[in-house]
Design a binder for this molecule. Structure first.
Ligand code: 0O2
Length: 212
């Protein structure tokens, strides 16, 4: 046992983690349903893979410091929107919009914020669609809206982003700055590839759902 304020803070942290976990599961379940129903109706795999995580305490502290925010609970819950994060990988560019539209029809989930780094890539070339979702969690005190960040991107965008992430975190990489510049240039190839693959997809699949 420690000082009462510390114990209260630990309990508060556990309660909040639980809410994020439940909200993230709800989003994952919805995506699973969307993916399976889509495949049944269209004979087409909309989702290639998904990953999810609750941000680690180290990563939360790192982000607060990076953003020059105070190391307080309020800063975490009010200013960080990706404590619970889901990353959804699709095969084709147009599938990103399809998932976004299907999610928008889910009455119990709100799209609180959209950051479209596909139509507006970051200067380093990063592309992805980020949605901050508001998910209802029914706590003992009543309903609470919990934020979950959903990143939707193609396999090609994910390939680029994972390498760029590794490059930034890896220490002692020779010519790191030159490699960064080279990756920024390669982002244009990703855009080109995604467009051309989408064109092939359009010719291969007729978007007529099966009547069930
Ligand atoms: P990690 O380790 O992936 O968790 P804001 O909400 O606008 O105040 P935030 O949350 O920084 O600020 O917004 P943004 O731009 O939506 O970024 C959130 C996450 O997107 C990042 O989380 C990364 O996962 C991913 N991301 C954003 N920009 C890049 C980029 O340039 N390259 C790569 N590879 N990923 C990026 P974290 O917490 O930074 O990191």
């Amino acid at each position: 046992p420690g000082p009462p304020e510390l114990l209260q803070a630990v309990d508060q942290l556990k309660a909040y983690s639980l809410r994020y976990e439940v909200a993230m599961k709800l989003v994952l379940d919805k995506l699973d349903y969307i993916s399976r129903e889509y495949e049944l109706r269209y004979g087409y795999a909309l989702i290639d893979s998904k990953q999810s995580r609750i941000k680690s305490p180290e990563s939360i502290v790192g982000k607060l410091k990076r953003k020059h925010l105070p190391l307080t609970f309020n800063a975490v819950f009010d200013k960080l929107h990706d404590i619970a994060g889901v990353r959804l990988i699709v095969r084709f560019l147009s599938d990103v919009k399809t998932v976004e539209d299907l999610l928008a029809t889910q009455a119990d989930i709100q799209v609180l914020r959209v950051k479209d780094y596909i139509h507006h890539p970051k200067p380093n070339g990063y592309q992805s669609l980020h949605l901050i979702l508001g998910v209802p969690v029914y706590t003992v005190d009543g309903p609470s809206i919990v934020e979950v960040e959903l990143q939707i991107r193609t396999i090609a965008m994910n390939f680029w982003a994972s390498l760029e992430h590794e490059l930034n975190y890896k220490k002692n990489v020779p010519h790191q700055e030159a490699l960064r510049e080279s990756l920024t240039k390669k982002a244009q190839l990703i855009t080109q590839l995604d467009r051309e693959m989408d064109d092939i997809k359009r010719r291969m699949y007729q978007p007529e759902p099966k009547q069930l």
